[in-house]
Design a protein around this ligand. Structure first.
Ligand code: SF4
Length: 396
């Protein structure tokens, strides 16, 4: 079936040219309680969230992303991603300030080096939307739109001095909040390092400000291939006509797009919602890649799912999505232990050399391991011949 995508509504009094200009979107960001109150009927919990969280956590949205949220429904999924509530002020069960233990794996300014073959390079601390569940709340929203030049040079020297680093992941903050010129400088410097094979850009701009993906940007990215874009759609309503056009432009210019979503309580913790996001993304040639367990950063308990619930969602997806459309459930071990895959258990019993499995729709069967001793065929030879003949005739 052909999928259709709806355009975000352009607010009255705003010209189409301004609305489609990403710099206009960033300049007109909503940041204060009053900015949000001028568009939304704030609930008591949200108003309390703005009053208290505003001094602790950053709040910001592009007008475009805010236009996707319902104005008078606090349970609206987009609104819950955007708006602080008083629940964010509770520490929560684990409440880690640095859930990924990045400070421990920070050998040079702006470099996170956890795995031998790849590093994260935090080129900015700015985002155009601050997500309420962000794992890097301690880092984002400072005043370094572009990394300071001394730190930048030290980060580059570090990458240069580690020939084992084959992939560099630009992150932050959101690297696509940088200008084309700043990004081009970073990409060109990285491409001058022989050992760097793959460059990834982690960005939520195709979701929250898709007008950032301009013909000029993709033409520039094309000069530095292979460049991959890791984006972050959480809900099918985020995949508008504008977002679809942005993804198409990227893929048409040879930038493979992968999506990493976060499972969020009350926002997308339902297999039907994940199915809808994944189908739409795949249709646009963006690969649903990871489905992350929400990190236990401070003030996120109300948005986190339990591991059991996430596994149940992944299990249900096995019957609904092809392998191409399937995101892999994964969890970052708190404190910097790296990623582990969370896989539903389809095994129901096992014995010596065999295991029994039950599929997503309840069909059960055994899988028998190969027999190194070359056991005689266990089935009746006549029955085997009959089955063989039946299969051959079905084929013909
Ligand atoms: S875009 Fe990414 S880094 Fe920025 S607030 Fe959202 S989750 Fe955090």
């Amino acid at each position: 079936m052909k999928l259709h995508f709806h355009s975000a509504p352009v607010p009255e009094g705003v010209s189409l040219a301004d609305w489609q200009n990403w710099q206009w979107q960033l300049r007109h960001s909503l940041k204060t309680k009053d900015d949000f109150a001028s568009r939304f009927v704030l609930s008591e919990h949200e108003a309390a969230g703005f009053d208290a969280a505003g001094s602790t956590f950053q709040i910001r949205s592009t007008p475009y992303y805010a236009s996707l949220a319902a104005t008078d429904e606090p349970k609206d999924p987009i609104r819950q991603i955007l708006m602080p509530t008083k629940h964010e002020l509770k520490f929560g069960a684990q409440a880690l300030l640095d859930p990924l233990g990045e400070k421990r794996n920070n050998p040079a300014p702006r470099i996170i080096h956890r795995y031998p073959d790849r590093v994260l390079f935090l080129v900015t601390d700015t985002c155009s939307v601050y997500c309420r569940y962000c794992t890097r709340k301690h880092f984002t929203g400072g005043d370094e739109a572009f990394v300071r030049s001394r730190d930048y040079e030290m980060a580059l020297s570090y990458i240069r001095s580690r020939p084992g680093v084959r992939e560099v992941i630009l992150s932050g903050g959101d690297p696509l909040t940088l200008s084309d010129g700043q990004l081009e400088r970073v990409l060109s410097d990285l491409r001058s390092i022989d050992s760097v094979e793959i460059i990834r850009i982690g960005s939520r701009m195709p979701v929250v400000c898709p007008m950032r993906v301009t013909p000029e940007l993709v033409a520039m990215l094309r000069k530095f291939h292979p460049v991959f874009l890791m984006t972050h759609f959480n809900h099918p309503r985020e995949i508008t006509r504008e977002a679809a056009d942005a993804l198409t432009l990227l893929v048409d210019h040879g930038v493979p797009v992968f999506n990493q979503l976060v499972l969020l309580n009350g926002i997308n913790n339902d297999a039907a919602i994940i199915q809808a996001v994944s189908r739409r993304l795949l249709y646009l040639r963006a690969k649903p890649y990871y489905m992350f367990q929400c990190d236990p950063s401070e003030g996120t308990d109300h948005l986190r799912t339990s591991v059991d619930e996430s596994l149940a969602i992944q299990r249900e997806l096995w019957g609904r999505l092809s392998g191409l459309a399937m995101p892999n459930l994964s969890l970052d071990i708190p404190g910097g232990g790296g990623k582990v895959g969370l896989v539903p258990n389809f095994e129901v019993s096992r014995g010596d050399g065999w295991r029994s499995f039950e599929g997503w729709d309840g069909v059960r069967a055994d899988y028998v391991d190969p027999d190194p001793a070359g056991r005689a065929r266990p089935i009746d030879a006549d029955q085997y011949q009959d089955e063989w003949a039946e299969l051959v005739s079905a084929k013909n």
